[in-house]
Every structure is written in C-alpha cells, then in structure tokens.
Design a protein around this ligand. Structure first.
Ligand SMILES: Nc1ncnc2c1ncn2[C@@H]1O[C@H](COP(=O)(O)OP(=O)(O)OP(=O)(O)O)[C@@H](O)[C@H]1O
Length: 390
C-alpha cells in the first residue's frame, strides 16, 4: 500500500499542507525543527490513532487551534480510499472514509499500516516493560484490527477496577470488605478481557520470534540468528495454560490468591498489564547445558549501545517482515534514524527496506541517507514542503 496524497490542517506546526506522494522512496530533508517528523507522524497517526512521540492528542493540534485534521489518499491493490481523522483534544475524535463518517473512530485503525523506525525506538529496549507491551499491542492491533476493541475494553476494566480498589483502601464504600461484592464483577471482566489480550500476545511473540533472530543477524555485525531472542513473561505462573479459556481460569486463580494484597495496596496486581516481553542477546561463551548456543543475557542492563540499537531495529524489521508474511505491504517510515547509525548499519538497513512499496525517510542532513534511499527528495523549511529536483 502507499499514500498518494497527504493533507494537513492545524496538525503540529502546519496550518495547512498538501503533499503529493509516490510509491517508492521519498525523503524529507531539512534543518532541525522544520517539520519533517510532523509530516510522517501524521501518516503514522492514521495507522494507529496514536503518536509515537506523545501519549495524548493535545500536542498534535497546532498551538492556538482547537482541532487538527489529517487526510490521506491511500492506494491498496490499485484502489484508492480517502481516510480522514479529525483530532479534537478533550472531545471525541472523528473519522471518515471517502467523506462518510465512521460510527467509531477506532474503525480506522489498521486501514493504513505503517512500520515506523525512530530514535524513540531505543526505549523499546532500554525503557520500562510498558514500552514493550505497547509494541506488542500495537502490532497485534495492526494485524487484527478488531483487537483494538479488546485492548480498549481491558484498559477501561483496569481503570475502573483500580478505582474500586483505591476506594476500598481509603475506607470508601464500607472499606475493603464493602467493595468485595462489586470486585467479583470486575474480576470476571478482568479475567475475560485479560485472557484475550494475553493469549494474543503469546501467539504474536511466537510468530515474531524467528523474524527477530533473522533481522538481528542482518543488522548486527558478526551475530548469528540465535543471538537475539524474545520471550513473553507473564507476571504469574500460567501453569501450562495456553488457550484463552485456560488463561482466563489461571487469571481467576491468581486473582483469588492475590486478593488480600490487592485490597491492601489498592491496585490491580494480576493481568497482562504486569507482563514483560523479555529481550535477550547471546554473549560470550556457550552455555554449559547447550554447547551449540551462546549463553544469553537480558538486553536491558547488559547490552552495549550498538547492540541495543541493533535489537530495536530488529524488532521493527521483524514487525515489517511479519506483516509482509501476512500478505500486507506496510508503509515504512524511517524517521531520523540514519544519524544514529554507523555506515554499515545504514547500508544494511537501506538494502533491507529499499524494496518496500513505499518508504518515507526524514533526515536533517541529506548525506546521512544512503544513496539507495535518496528517492524523490523534498526540502522542508519553515513549514514549506517543496520538491527538490536538483
Ligand atoms: N502543536 C504544535 N503547534 C505548533 N508547533 C508545533 C506543535 N508541535 C510541534 N511544533 C513545532 O514543530 C517543530 C518540530 O517539527 P518536527 O519534529 O517535525 O521537526 P523536524 O524537522 O523533524 O526536526 P528534527 O530534525 O530536529 O527531528 C518544532 O519547531 C515545534 O516547536
């Protein structure tokens, strides 16, 4: 798929912008702070309805305006659809397809699919477990858009259950004993919605694993495909549960076991919001129990800066490969990544992505972008986006 036209109104620094795009590689080059990332962020936002830079929508609206509009003509299998989202901070956003309103904004998710590489990706590896859970959930929803509903339901259940536990702890509603009856209802919701998310994350981790090893081997000099591993670590023992129904039972059992703790601490301690995607790399000598395999250490806390970057790139490349294996050709966005990479990694990355249907690249210095990814070049300066035919 590719975007053939992008229109922005009051999005970030743009009062208004119209950019015609083509399949193949397009690079946006300009000094810092000129609005290059804002352009690609708009396309990525349409894919997930979430920015890669900020958690809330307010910063996406131009200072002084009260709503932003992002509109893109998206071409898939020769057919064009015009997707539009109206961003209204503090009020409901609205989405349209070919000018017809959608009943729910989240129905837009996944109609345009992007895989975005950015300097923020280092947080995938070095940041809190929440970063890696978000990575899995974003990819899960891109592959199976109906799961956007499951994810939103789980977040809502968790918020309401936490609020009930807090109320009990502070003596409201008859204190801890008083909230128990209502808690049983929220336990049901949490176990049901949590089991769906957890089962999907387990399946996704299994599907992604071989692609991560392969991608790491390509981007990290001298590495083999066994060197990068991912493993899903639930926060409690699933006792062999793998199906959604079994996981639901396991969550119920753990909720019963931890009920006293939850009431005392006033917070939900069981569920996929406490899980971790463990990333490890092979390092040093072989493990004594497995002579063919190097011993593994967690990336977080042990890996070098370069290894951490390679792992972050491998996670994105693996996402891209997995979506392609699903029969999709997502839009690749490389936002400001080349300045962070040495020449070898730049060239390797360029070679891997050059064949995508559409690649959008941003860079402050044109010379940082490998020649294979020069493509059609735009200069971005002071909010003006002009084709550079030089
Ligand atoms: N909501 C907003 N309203 C007005 N201006 C904004 C808003 N959000 C961001 N900006 C401005 O947009 C500019 C940043 O644009 P962007 O992140 O696209 O820069 P860039 O060209 O990618 O720069 P760099 O090369 O440093 O990454 C900044 O000058 C910032 O002040």
């Amino acid at each position: 798929m590719h975007v053939s036209h992008l229109t922005l109104h009051d999005f970030r620094s743009y009062e208004s912008a119209e950019v015609a795009l083509e399949p193949g590689v397009t690079s946006f080059v300009g000094r810092n702070g000129q609005g290059k990332t804002n352009l690609v962020e708009a396309i990525d936002y349409l894919s997930r309805l979430q920015s890669h830079r900020v958690a809330s929508d307010a910063p996406l609206v131009r200072a002084g305006a009260d709503q932003a509009v992002v509109r893109a003509a998206v071409v898939k299998d020769g057919r064009t659809a015009v997707l539009e989202v109206e961003i209204n901070p503090g009020r409901a956003n609205r989405a349209r397809i070919n000018r017809s309103p959608l009943p729910r904004t989240r129905e837009l998710v996944g109609l345009v699919r992007t895989v975005l590489f950015s300097p923020e990706d280092l947080a995938l590896v070095k940041g809190d477990p929440a970063e890696r859970r978000r990575f899995l959930d974003d990819l899960m929803v891109l592959r199976t858009p109906r799961l956007a509903g499951a994810r939103a339901d789980y977040d809502r259940v968790l918020r309401q259950r936490n609020s009930l536990l807090r109320t009990g702890r502070s003596g409201g509603r008859g204190g801890q004993e008083g909230v128990l009856a209502t808690l049983a209802v929220w336990d049901e919701h949490l176990a049901r919605t949590g089991a769906e998310i957890l089962a999907e994350r387990l399946a996704l981790t299994d599907a992604l694993r071989p692609y991560v090893g392969k991608a790491y081997e390509t981007v990290a000099r001298g590495a083999s495909r066994d060197d990068a591993e991912i493993a899903y670590r639930p926060s409690f023992d699933l006792a062999g549960a793998t199906t959604q129904a079994e996981i639901e039972k396991a969550i119920h059992a753990e909720l019963a076991r931890r009920q006293r703790d939850e009431l005392d601490r006033g917070v939900s301690l069981v569920g996929p919001h406490r899980d971790e995607l463990l990333l490890t790399i092979g390092t040093g000598s072989p493990a004594p129990e497995e002579p063919d395999r190097r011993s593994h250490l967690p990336v977080k806390g042990y890996a070098s800066h370069g290894e951490s970057w390679s792992f972050a790139l491998a996670l994105r490349l693996a996402s891209y490969d997995l979506l392609r294996a699903d029969g999709d050709d997502p839009i690749l966005i490389l936002d400001d990544v080349f300045a962070e990479l040495d020449t070898d990694r730049r060239d390797q990355l360029a070679a891997l992505v050059a064949g995508a249907e559409q690649v959008l690249v941003t860079a402050a210095v044109g010379a940082d972008v490998p020649e294979a990814l020069r493509g059609t070049r735009y200069r971005v300066a002071g909010g003006e986006v002009d084709r550079d035919d030089a």
